[in-house]
Design a protein around this ligand. Sequence first.
Ligand code: FRU
Length: 431
Amino acid sequence: MSDPADGTGGRTSAWTREHARRLERTAENTAPVIYPPESKTDPDNHIWDTWLLRTPEGAVADVGGYRVIVALTASNDLLPGKRHDVATHRFYYSADGRHWTPGGEVFDDADPLGSRQWAGSAVYDPETGDVRLYYTAAGVRAEGALSYTQHLAVAHGGSIETDAEDGVRFEGPWHHESLAHPDGEWYERQEQSRGMIYTFRDPWYFEDPETGEAYVLFEANTPVPEGSDACGGDAARQEFNGSVGIARTSKTDPTECELLPPLVDAVCVNQELERPHVVYREGTYYLFVASHRHTFAPGIEGYDALYGFAADSLFERYEPLNGSGLVATNPSNAPFQAYSWLAYGHRDEVLVTSFLNYYDYDRPTLDDVAYLPESEQFRRFGGTLAPTLRLGVDGRETWIRGALDHGHLPTEEEDLPETEDERIARLRAER
Ligand code: FRU
């Protein structure tokens, strides 16, 4: 399909039904039950998908002693299930990585693309001061009825400012530009979609540490035309066709974007491989995505969970972590307690942040939530940062080592406390 000279090999790795049949909750991949925190990350707004402002090389950016997160937000009075229809990017900053000060809307005085903005990524280059804010333009600006078209967009030309009095602020004017639309060949267009809504969203900037090349990863779907022999010709399974897309961009021109074949797809397996991102550890590329129980194809029992794959170079074959792809999931008595996991490296471990979603312990199915009285939907929705998970990582294996507090996002400089297991080992050795 692709030109072999483009350096990608043109191969798309498959997450297969055989891998996915091995999905199973274990002590290594099941997160502890979460209790709601005393106060929310943002007292006035629900927050959900969240990402750290990073340097182009992927480190947590330091802006005058602060680290910064950008999150999808909607007013607290909005019914949680309606939040996607009005999602607005707001930012928060923190000197200690534990207490987050609301900084306001990211695009205060500007007109971002789309009728609302969904997930993306944020890059700050401390050398040049350049800021790039990637996002999903969902719908069309100023549309009457909400539409669900999606494309990748970037805002650039603005800056990030800091001083002791005002903390941190993003300053426009921003140039909002469309980066990419699905091409219909590697990436499904809306009109080709045969199943649930198509996806073309969640742009995530990544510089390959081994080649120095710049890319944007994103969530998409692989076209599977009617009559295709995919999934043994099973039409019901063919509707599940999620992929992790990738495009080449430029370090100097944020608007440059050339689509390449997807890195991974999950045809016959899962419809949504959300918020793809890579963590590079000693020669291994760990590719993570979030997905839902209800987006698995018929016959596969999956979870709302963080899934992952590993490869020896960005365009090599990706193998599912732990054999199945499952990295971290919610406990069975609170299966929707967290979602939209985002992993980043911290010394020899990987930290994973997410948001507290529906923590309905007694009625743990998604449909139930929508049919509950509104007061119950509010009561059971977190809309705040969840405890940060600590992952051990070794080759193609991962395991949950423990958790930090709600919304605790350390930088590399911060020493983390011993985990429970380390503590037990120490106490036993001291006896
Ligand atoms: C994941 C997600 C993203 C999207 C956002 C919309 O939680 O589905 O893919 O950008 O939510 O709210």
